[in-house]
Design a protein around this ligand. Structure first.
Ligand code: SF4
Length: 342
């Protein structure tokens, strides 16, 4: 399978003033060396608590902000060599016709929509940036897109406020797919919606992915959502990936204590297999001054001396299952012991 998108050691550091006199320049390490390859047509989920770097990753990919260092290779359909989009300016992206191949859907569609624009123009906007169509052709295109997302012609001449949250997200999705993109970056696309509406939007997204051969980078803090949507999942903690595996492996053969703690928070539907909720100590530490060694050691129930000193590297433990934990070989037994003891 072809890799459509590859992040190589991507870092995003923000300078901040610190110290007593606020004169020292520190940096917040929002992303601290993220490497990730996404295959064409797959849905890769990124999960973690807020502040772990998942949205920063999404924004770096879509070039809403520049990465401090690292490469982001994108392989457009029909091309043989990937382009490092981290090096391109917004103007160059547009010139190389890449801007429209990667699109983003945000959590709150109202923030990305002009409230004074009619639905027709909201959806048409990205199309007319790249193509010149007659107004009839344009209207036909917009109606086709509306139908793809479960709306119709009767919605063309209405304003965003006339719609429900779920319908507005459908409009945002129609706009995102209007330019026939290859990859959608979805940042918590259903988190602002009611549970019943969430399922409809997730089904719509799954259907569109198959129909249009899209690749998804799906960012969420919601594990059941990502379990439903993703083929593979990357778990992030304090700007780094700590575990990456196929969805099934991540849930059934969890190796990283942070992943295990996150999963333990999910209510289990099977009554005979109750999960033990693991209460993590404290909050996520500040990315301004991340803990030494393994960044999770301040909250990990299984930390040993090495964890405080040496940073574990993300290692393939077989079949593409990547884990960054010194004790990955023992964690399954440790999880069982923990469960028996509590
Ligand atoms: Fe816990 Fe140590 Fe593994 Fe980090 S490396 S997750 S502190 S056991």
């Amino acid at each position: 399978e072809e890799t459509i998108l590859e992040l190589v050691d991507v870092k995003k550091h923000y300078p901040v003033l610190g110290g007593v006199l606020r004169r020292e320049v520190n940096s917040v390490k929002a992303l601290d060396g993220v490497s990730l390859a996404i295959k064409r047509g797959e849905c890769l989920g990124i999960v973690g608590e807020s502040g772990c770097g998942k949205t920063t990753t999404a924004k770096a990919v879509i070039r809403l902000h520049d990465a401090t260092s690292g490469a982001i290779f994108f392989l457009p359909k029909g091309q043989e060599t990937p382009v490092d989009i981290a090096l391109l300016s917004a103007r160059q992206l547009k010139k190389k016709n890449l801007r429209h191949r990667l699109q983003m859907v945000f959590q709150d569609p109202t923030t990305s929509m002009n409230p004074r624009m009619l639905v027709k123009h909201i959806i048409a906007e990205p199309i007319i940036e790249g193509e010149s169509l007659t107004s009839l052709e344009l209207e036909d295109r917009v109606v086709t897109l509306l139908k793809l997302v479960g709306l119709d012609r009767s919605h063309l001449y209405r304003y965003p406020h006339e719609f429900s949250g779920g319908q507005r997200q459908r409009i945002a999705i129609a706009r995102a797919i209007a330019t026939n993109p290859e990859c959608l970056v979805l940042d918590e696309p259903t988190s602002a919606l009611d549970v019943s509406v969430q399922a409809q939007i997730l089904n719509l997204l799954q259907g569109l992915r198959k129909k249009m051969g899209l690749t998804y980078l799906f960012v969420t803090h919601h594990l059941l959502v990502v379990k439903y949507m993703a083929d593979r999942i990357a778990v992030m903690y304090l700007g780094k990936i700590v575990e990456l595996a196929t969805t099934e492996t991540l849930f059934e053969n969890t190796r990283h204590p942070y992943t295990w703690a996150l999963l333990s928070g999910i209510p289990d539907t099977k009554p005979d297999k109750t999960r033990q909720r693991v209460l993590l100590k404290g909050d996520v530490p500040s990315p301004l001054d991340p803990p030494s060694g393994c960044r999770f050691h301040t909250r990990c129930p299984f930390a040993i001396a090495t964890c405080l000193k040496t940073e574990p590297s993300l290692t393939d433990i077989g079949g593409g299952h990547m884990v960054a934990c010194h004790r990955h070989g023992d964690t399954q037994a440790l999880f069982r012991q923990y469960k028996d003891a509590t």
